[in-house]
Design a protein around this ligand. Structure first.
Ligand SMILES: Cc1ncc(COP(=O)(O)O)c(C=O)c1O
Length: 372
C-alpha cells in the first residue's frame, strides 16, 4: 500500500504490507485489545533484538523516556543533561518526570551531544545523561559511560531515531542503563501509529516501568505508584512484530542509499556530508542530513523540482518559547546547536526509494546555481 503524497520524491514513506495487515486483523479478531498476547511477544522479541533482558512497551517514545526516568527514581530537583539539538520530546520527558533538563552543546564536527561539553556542565544535582543517537548515528557512548561511571550517574539512551544501530558491536539501547525507542510512523520501524519501548537489563527498572505504564498497578485493583495509561495497543504490537523482522533489511537498504548519496555528492562544495561511521559503529540513517550555508535556497530548489526535503530541526530546544520562558535561554548559549539549526537539510531516504530517485535528488543538490 502506498501513502499518497504531493511530492514526486517524498522524504520518507511508511511501509504497510499484506503481512502487517493480516497480523493486525488476526490480533483484532483473537486477542484482548489492550495487553493482548502480541504485546508480550513484541516485548520479548524486541529485547532479544537489542540484546537486553527486558523490554517494556509504552504508548509513545516520549512516554518511554518519561517512564524510564521515573522508574530509575529520578525526581524533582534532579538534573538531567541532554542535547539542545534533538526533537523537543527528549527534554520535555525530563520535565514531565518532574526533573530539570540541563543542556550541553553538540560536537563541533557532528550532530550528537559532545561528552566533553557534558562534563563541563555536570553539577552536584546531575543524576543522568540522555545522549540521543540523532538521525541514526550512534553517540560516543564509551565516553559517556566513562563519565557516568566516574561520577555515579546514569545513562538513558534516546534511541528513538536509531533502531538497530550499533556501537562497538552492540545494538543501541543495550549500552546505557536504559534505552528508549519510538515507533512513530516516520521511524526506521513503526507500529503504524504511536508507540514506544523501554529496554534494560535492570529488573527493578523494568518492573517499575511495567507498573508506571499501566496505571501504577501492582495487581488488577492494587496500586503501588501514581502511574499512567500509557500502554501499547495490541494491534500496534502485532504490526510491530512484523516490522521488527524487516528492520535489518530496511536498515541495510538505508545504508546503501546513504552510500549512493555520498558517492553522488562527494566533492560538492555547497554541501557538507554527514559524518561517516567510525570503526565499530553502524549508523542506520534514519535521516540523511547534509549541511549547507545555502540551506534555504537549496530546500526551495528541491521543493520546486518535486523533491521533499525537511529541516530537523530549525529551532534548537533551548530557543523554543516554553524553554526561553521557563529557563531564560537566549541566542548564543549553545552556538554549535544554533549553527546546525541554520544549516541542516534532510534529503529523502527510505527503504523503497530507487537509485534513480537518489541520483535525481543528488543532481539537484549539485546544481551550480545553488551557491551563487
Ligand atoms: C530523538 C527523539 N526523541 C524522542 C521522540 C519522541 O517519540 P514519540 O514521538 O514517539 O513520543 C522522538 C520522535 O518522535 C525523537 O525523534
Amino acid at each position: 500500500m502506498q501513502v499518497k503524497h504531493g511530492f514526486k520524491i517524498p522524504l520518507m514513506r511508511p511501509i504497510v504490507d499484506q503481512e502487517m495487515l493480516q497480523a493486525a486483523l488476526l490480533s483484532l479478531q483473537n486477542e484482548k485489545l489492550v495487553m493482548g498476547e502480541s504485546v508480550y511477544k513484541f516485548e520479548e522479541e524486541f529485547a532479544r533484538y537489542c540484546g537486553v533482558r527486558h523490554a517494556v512497551s509504552t504508548a509513545s517514545g516520549t512516554a518511554a523516556l518519561q517512564i524510564a526516568l521515573q522508574s530509575m527514581g529520578i525526581q524533582e530537583s534532579d538534573e538531567v543533561i541532554t542535547t539542545p539539538f534533538s526533537f523537543f520530546a527528549t527534554s520535555n520527558a525530563v520535565i514531565h518526570a518532574g526533573a530539570q533538563p540541563r543542556f550541553a552543546d553538540v560536537e563541533n564536527d557532528g550532530f550528537n551531544l559532545d561528552p566533553q561539553k557534558v562534563e563541563a556542565r555536570l553539577a552536584p544535582d546531575t543524576r543522568a545523561i540522555i545522549p540521543v543517537h540523532l538521525y541514526g548515528h550512534p553517540a560516543r557512548m564509551d565516553e559517556f559511560r566513562d563519565l557516568a561511571e566516574d561520577k555515579g550517574i546514569s545513562i538513558i539512551e534516546d534511541d528513538c531515531q536509531a533502531h538497530g544501530a550499533e556501537y562497538n558491536g552492540r545494538r543501541v539501547g543495550s549500552i546505557g542503563h536504559v534505552g528508549c525507542f519510538s515507533f512513530y510512523t516516520s521511524k526506521n520501524m513503526t507500529v503504524c501509529g504511536d508507540g514506544g519501548m523501554i529496554v534494560t537489563n535492570d529488573e527493578k527498572v523494568a518492573d517499575a516501568a511495567r507498573s508506571f505504564r499501566d496505571c501504577g498497578r501492582a495487581s488488577k485493583y492494587t496500586m503501588q505508584r501514581i502511574g499512567y495509561t500509557s500502554r501499547l495497543n495490541t494491534v500496534n504490537a502485532a504490526i510491530g512484530r512484523v516490522q521488527l523482522r524487516r528492520l535489518d533489511k530496511w536498515n541495510e537498504a538505508r545504508r546503501r542509499i546513504a552510500n549512493l548519496y555520498r558517492t553522488e555528492l562527494e566533492g560538492t562544495a555547497s554541501v557538507e556530508l554527514p559524518p561517516a561511521d567510525t570503526p565499530g559503529t553502524t549508523s542506520v540513517y534514519h535521516l540523511f542530513v547534509v549541511r549547507s550555508n545555502h540551506r534555504d535556497q537549496l530546500a526551495l530548489h528541491l521543493e520546486k523540482n518535486g523533491v521533499e526535503a525537511a529541516i530537523h530541526y530549525p529551532i534548537p530546544i533551548h530557543l523554543q518559547t516554553p524553554y526561553r520562558t521557563r529557563y531564560r535561554y537566549s541566542e548564543g548559549t549553545f552556538p554549535q546547536a544554533e549553527r546546525l539549526a541554520g544549516r541542516v537539510l534532510s534529503l529523502p531516504i527510505h527503504p523503497a526509494i530507487t537509485e534513480e530517485e537518489v541520483r535525481t535528488v543528488a543532481r539537484l543538490v549539485r546544481d551550480p546555481a545553488i551557491s551563487k
